[in-house]
Design a protein around this ligand. Structure first.
Ligand code: NAD
Length: 361
């Protein structure tokens, strides 16, 4: 297969971690007999410095012509960087919002997996972390409260603010389909999270999700109220496979899920549109405090590349080989500084990428 990948190294540690993901992808494609072509584009601060704007039309067109986009991270120190003296629409983050919109990325996937070797960093009770967990949050990204009409007015002398939460059945159906498809590739269970005891939008969410479930008899569907889900995530995260939820609930739950893994440098993410196209990036930011020091953890970006193979190319064996290589390196005791504990071997960003690449089989 020929893979046409656009890379956005971005700012801060972005170029260092993307270089490691490219190294691993080069190895995977060589071992499995695929051809891969990388094209770099600028976004964020790097694009502001070179082109005067956070994302050019040319960069968008290049991304649209690719099969998938692999991103590092964008942005700088928000207190000291001159990028943050610019108006909001000219700042680095505006590039990210623009590319998500231009590419129609409505589904955000964030896995939260507890590597047994890193269980000590998990803030949950030992009995809970000992069980481990491996879940995926499927968050709707372009609808709901964050995109509904809003206004603030004074009514009878009282300041009053209104936000609206709107979903139509098509928006719910397309994200539900993504969740059931993902569950098929995992443990076959979808937990749809809503607030159907209160919200009309949640009752529609539940009804449409049940309709979609009928097309996936091999996948189990359960419904859970969002307040209960927030509790269950810290009480018994092992019960979850795919958590399907709307935009705001997903925003909050996905941060909670990433915290219980205890290691931000390990968490990948994907944003997908209706086709197989996706944008893949680590969940963390550009870490300007450690940029250029060869100490960043590249694993979140490398695992994002693995998600890319799985979701945009259906290359499951190849994706597995990356995940197995990451597990092997951790098992052998290699750690970057952020996950280092006494008795393990500290390595830099570049070496971690090479160790993982060397273990691709
Ligand atoms: P951050 O995630 O960049 O860093 C938080 C802390 O975690 C820092 O101490 C950093 O050194 C550490 N860290 C993060 N990733 C690491 C890694 N791979 N290896 C080792 N340590 C790592 O969050 P922040 O400091 O709040 O934000 C910095 C910049 O990143 C800001 O400009 C912010 O807007 C941007 N940001 C971008 C994205 C994105 O591109 N999608 C996401 C979040 C933040």
């Amino acid at each position: 297969m020929k893979l046409n990948i656009v890379c956005i190294p971005g700012d801060g540690i972005g170029p260092e971690i993307v270089a490691q993901a490219k190294k691993v992808l080069d190895k995977v494609t060589a071992v499995y007999g695929h051809e891969i072509v990388f094209t770099d584009i600028l976004m964020g601060g790097a694009s502001i410095d070179a082109c005067g704007e956070p994302l050019t039309q040319e960069a968008i067109d290049t991304a649209k012509a690719a099969d998938a986009v692999l991103m590092g991270s964008i942005g700088g120190n928000t207190t000291t960087s001159p990028w943050y003296k610019l108006p909001p629409e000219k700042r680095p983050e505006a590039g990210l919002l623009k590319i998500r919109k231009e590419l129609g990325l409505f589904a955000n996937l964030r896995p939260a997996y507890l590597f047994p070797e890193l269980a000590a960093a998990c803030p949950l009770a030992k009995g809970t972390s000992d069980k481990g967990f491996d879940l995926l949050i499927m968050r709707e990204l372009t609808g709901g409260l964050y995109f509904g009409a809003r206004h603030t007015e004074v009514i009878d002398g009282v300041r009053t603010a209104v936000d609206t939460l709107t979903y139509n059945e098509n928006e719910i159906r397309r994200i539900a389909v993504k969740a059931f498809e993902a569950a098929r590739k995992r443990k076959g269970k979808v937990t749809s999270v809503d607030k159907a005891n209160v919200l009309d939008s949640s009752r529609l969410w539940r009804a449409v999700t049940a309709e979609v479930a009928a097309d996936y008899p091999d996948v189990t569907l359960e419904n859970m109220l969002v307040d209960n889900c927030a509790m269950q995530l810290v009480k018994d995260p092992a019960q979850f496979d795919v958590i399907l939820t709307e935009n705001m609930f997903g925003d909050i739950l996905s941060d909670e899920a990433s915290m219980i893994t205890g290691s931000i440098g390990m968490l990948s993410s994907a944003s997908l549109n209706e086709t197989r196209f996706g944008l893949y990036e680590p969940s963390h930011g550009s870490a300007p405090d450690i940029a250029g020091m060869d100490i960043a953890n590249p694993i979140a970006t490398i695992l994002s590349a693995s998600m890319m193979l799985r979701y945009s190319f259906d290359l499951n064996k190849e994706a597995d080989s990356i995940e197995e290589a990451v597990k092997a390196v951790l098992k052998e005791g290699y750690r970057t500084g952020d996950i280092y504990t006494e008795g393990t071997v500290k390595v830099g960003c570049n070496e971690m990428g090479s160790l993982i690449s060397d273990r691709i089989k």
